[in-house]
Design a protein around this ligand. Structure first.
Ligand code: ZN
Length: 302
C-alpha cells in the first residue's frame, strides 16, 4: 500500500494506492489553515492517513509539498507563502516516525509534472516540460524519463524565468518574472488596474478576465494578450533549453482553453527556432490530482 499526500494548496489531500498506476479512489481533504501553524495539521494528516490505511502499514509515503525544499533530506526550507510554518521543517522524518514507513518529499509542481508524465497527458513521453498556471506559476522538467532536480533540488522554477527585466517586482526578489506577468494573480491585478469590475474579479479570478475578453471588452483583451504573450515567451525559452517532445500546461488558468493555448502556440510558431515550432503544447490530463499521482510514484521509490 502506497500513501500519497499533496500539501500544495488551501486544502491538503491524502490518498492511498494499492499499487502504482491504479486510479485514484478514496481521497481525504483537510484545510491547510496556515494561521494555526504546522503541528496541528501534521497530526490531522497522520489521523487521516491511518483512517485510510485501516490498520495496514504503507510500504512508502510520498509527499508533494510547497517549496523551496530539499528533496534529498525531505526538509522544507523557509516558505515565503507559509511564514507560520517553522523554517527547516524535517517533514519526511516527522511523517516517517509517525507512519512507520520510508517517506519521500518533493516539490508539488515537480510531482505534478511526474504525475502527468507517468499517468497523464505525457504518458510514454520521456522528454517533457510541465507548467502549472494558477495563483503562481510552477513546473517541472522530465528529461530522459527522470525528474530534473539540479544541485539543490530547486530545478524547474519555470515561473521565475525573467521575461521583462524592468517589469513588476516578484515575490522571489526579482523583477518581471513569468509569474508576475502571467499567473492568475497577475491577470487579476492587471485587470483591476485596467478598471474591470472588482467584485467579479474577486469572485471568479482570471476566469472573469477571459470572459470579459471573449465578450469584447478591449481592456480585458489587452490584459489577456499581455499574459498569454509572456507565457508563450516562457514556453519558447523552455523549448530552446530542454528540447522536449511535449509541453503540458495545467493549473486553473488553463481552463480558459483555446483563449490561452491559441496565443501561446502562436508565439511559439513565430518566435521559437525552426526545429522547435511544431512541439505539441497540450492541456494537462489529471487536473489538481497530478500531484497525488506524482507523490505515489516517489512513495513507490521510497
Ligand atoms: Zn520571481
Amino acid at each position: 500500500m502506497l500513501l500519497a499526500m499533496d500539501l500544495g494548496g488551501t486544502w491538503c489531500r491524502v490518498a492511498c494506492f494499492e499499487r502504482l498506476g491504479e486510479r485514484l479512489r478514496a481521497v481525504r481533504r483537510l484545510p491547510t489553515r496556515p494561521e494555526r501553524g504546522f503541528f496541528p495539521l501534521l497530526e490531522e494528516l497522520v489521523a487521516a492517513s491511518r483512517a485510510l490505511l485501516g490498520g495496514m502499514v504503507p510500504t512508502g509515503v510520498g509527499v508533494a509539498a510547497p517549496g523551496p525544499l530539499d528533496p534529498k533530506r525531505g526538509v522544507l526550507l523557509r516558505l515565503p507563502n507559509l511564514p507560520q510554518w517553522p523554517e527547516a521543517l524535517p517533514l519526511a522524518e516527522l511523517l516517517a516516525e509517525r507512519l512507520g514507513a520510508p517517506t519521500r518529499v518533493d516539490n508539488d509542481a515537480n510531482l505534478a509534472a511526474l504525475g502527468e508524465h507517468r499517468f497523464g497527458a505525457g504518458r510514454g513521453v520521456d522528454h517533457l516540460v510541465y507548467l502549472t498556471v494558477s495563483t503562481g506559476i510552477g513546473g517541472g522538467i522530465i528529461s530522459g524519463g527522470r525528474l530534473l532536480h539540479g544541485v539543490h533540488g530547486f530545478a524547474g522554477e519555470v515561473g521565475h524565468q525573467v521575461i521583462l527585466p524592468d517589469g513588476p517586482p516578484c515575490g522571489c526578489g526579482g523583477r518581471g518574472c513569468l509569474e508576475v506577468l502571467a499567473s492568475g494573480t497577475a491577470i487579476v491585478r492587471r485587470a483591476q488596474a485596467a478598471g474591470l469590475p472588482a467584485d467579479r474579479l474577486a469572485e471568479e479570478g482570471a476566469a472573469a478576465v477571459f470572459a470579459a475578453a471573449a465578450a469584447g471588452d478591449p481592456r480585458a483583451q489587452e490584459v489577456i494578450a499581455g499574459a498569454t504573450r509572456a507565457l508563450g515567451l516562457g514556453v519558447v525559452n523552455l523549448l530552446h533549453v530542454f528540447d522536449p517532445a511535449l509541453v503540458v500546461l495545467g493549473g486553473g488558468v488553463t481552463q480558459a482553453g483555446e483563449a490561452l493555448f491559441g496565443p501561446v502556440r502562436a508565439v511559439v510558431a513565430s518566435l521559437a527556432m525552426p526545429g522547435f515550432r511544431e512541439t505539441p503544447i497540450l492541456p494537462a490530463a489529471l487536473g489538481d490530482e497530478a500531484g497525488l499521482y506524482g507523490a505515489a510514484v516517489v512513495a513507490a521509490e521510497a
